[in-house]
Design a protein around this ligand. Structure first.
Ligand code: MEV
Length: 441
């Protein structure tokens, strides 16, 4: 066991890791330190985001231009390591830009938190005193909620949930929140923890509660990442004929195949998972670029996708009256103030690039990118197949990995235009042209 590790300086931590887990510690030290960003105060900011930091882990920061949403144009920042995602988002954005752009509306902004507790008394008794308890909770947290209330948010409602039909002695406070432009996790959790203490105190001190009833055991107080009422609807539509020729498909055939593909993702859980992963490719990339919590977004999206008991596609399509309509309702809690959004220099720039949106505008943008991403993926799948686009990017990655020269890259792009790209085929190709060049020189 290594104790006191967290107290070591960053350099010492790195040295310990390099010496204990690598054969060539000096090289490892040098390599990891080459990713430090020591020229200004930025490195300290990065180090403080987490613990036991050794270095920085870079990911590509790209953009997808040409997004038109409710008549406004955006160039959307995306942070993602997977090739083709940004290209697909851009191409989906451009396609719909020429057909009126995306529409997006906020259906709700309600966040949720819970205080889970165990109590051996009668649910009816708690219910009887609940108006009094509620007042105590609201009044006892004024210090925490005042600022948020000034900004137009705060606690919206508190309900008492009797869960004893599922688990003995189990109750919860279910609390609805409005957190304005912040994601609100800290605010919500602080309020919930204060609620927990007040509730416990209430039964302890109230003369009508006696014996066992005075013992209310708080199990936990925490926000819920499932926010089905913090919801955006994003959509696109156009007459089917305006879809035009796509690959080998005319507009009618494309619409037919696209609709079937979405139906399949509605019905089949294996396909639904991959389908929704494609949506989250876009959503996560913008969430990361803007300093938002993509794990929270992911878990919420997946739960929503299973809200009727079966995991299904998050997106929907209809082709009624010769109109192609493609849309998605996606629950998403994001912030544009607080947390990483203001601390991470690139998250700050991302938000600036988007015109410094409030949380609601950012919710709309992110969900639209998810829809565009899904459109582009399914369009490829039902026409050319996904590998064509992927392989172009894959080829670049393999060539970089094999340290191909600029000239070799040019030759490879021509050679692999109609050929299958694999590690072996690229290796063979490079070996062949390198051998040829050797003979020539
Ligand atoms: C790959 O990251 C995402 C896709 O598999 C999504 C999909 O199949 O719809 C292309």
């Amino acid at each position: 066991m290594k104790s006191g590790f967290s107290k070591l300086s960053k350099r010492k931590k790195l040295r310990w890791v390099a010496e204990n887990f690598f054969k060539n510690p000096e090289d490892v030290m040098r390599e990891l330190m080459s990713f430090w960003h020591e020229e200004d105060k930025t490195q300290k900011v990065f180090d403080d985001f987490s613990e036991n930091t050794l270095s920085n882990y870079y990911l590509p920061f790209g953009v997808a231009p040409n997004f038109v949403i409710n008549g406004n144009s955006y160039c959307v920042p995306m942070v993602i390591e997977e090739s083709s995602v940004v290209a697909a988002a851009s191409s989906g954005a451009k396609f719909w830009m020429q057909r009126g752009g995306f529409k997006a509306e906020i259906i709700g902004t309600k966040k949720v938190g819970q205080v889970h507790f165990a109590w051996k008394g009668e649910g009816d008794k708690l219910r009887l005193f609940f108006p009094e308890i509620k007042n105590a909770l609201i009044e006892g947290t004024q210090d925490i909620t005042r600022n948020m209330e000034r900004r137009g948010g705060g606690v919206l409602d508190i309900s008492l949930m009797d869960m004893t039909h599922l688990e003995s002695d189990y109750f919860q406070l279910k609390v609805d929140f409005e957190t304005c432009d912040s994601m609100g996790a800290n605010f919500i959790n602080s309020v919930l923890e204060a609620f927990a203490k007040i509730l416990q105190q209430f039964v302890l001190e109230h003369p009508e509660f006696t014996g066992e009833e005075k013992n209310l055991s708080i199990i936990m107080a925490i926000l819920s990442n499932y926010t089905p009422e913090c919801l955006v609807r994003a959509e696109v539509s156009c007459p089917i004929e305006e879809l035009g020729q796509i690959g080998d498909c005319d507009a009618q055939e494309f619409a037919y195949k696209f609709e079937k593909a979405i139906r399949i993702a509605q019905l089949d859980v294996h396909r639904a998972t991959t389908h929704n992963k494609g949506i989250l490719n876009g959503i996560d990339a913008v969430a990361i670029a803007t300093g938002n919590d993509f794990r929270a977004i992911e878990s919420c999206g997946h739960t929503y996708a299973a809200r009727d008991g079966q995991y299904r596609s998050l997106s929907n399509v209809s082709t009624e009256n010769d109109v192609f309509r493609f849309w998605m309702d996606f629950p998403i809690a994001v912030g544009t103030v607080g947390g990483l959004t203001t601390l991470h220099p690139l998250a700050k720039r991302s938000l600036e690039m988007l015109g410094s949106p409030g949380a609601q505008e950012l919710m709309r943008i992110i969900v639209v990118v998810g829809l565009a991403q899904n459109f582009a993926a399914v369009r490829s799948l039902v026409t050319t197949g996904i590998q064509q686009g992927h392989m172009k990017m894959h080829l670049t990655n393999i060539l970089n990995h094999m340290q191909a020269t600029e000239q070799e890259v040019k030759q490879a792009i021509v050679f692999f235009k109609d050929r299958v790209v694999s590690f072996t085929s690229v290796r063979e190709f490079l070996d062949k042209i390198r051998a040829k060049n050797e003979v020539v020189t």
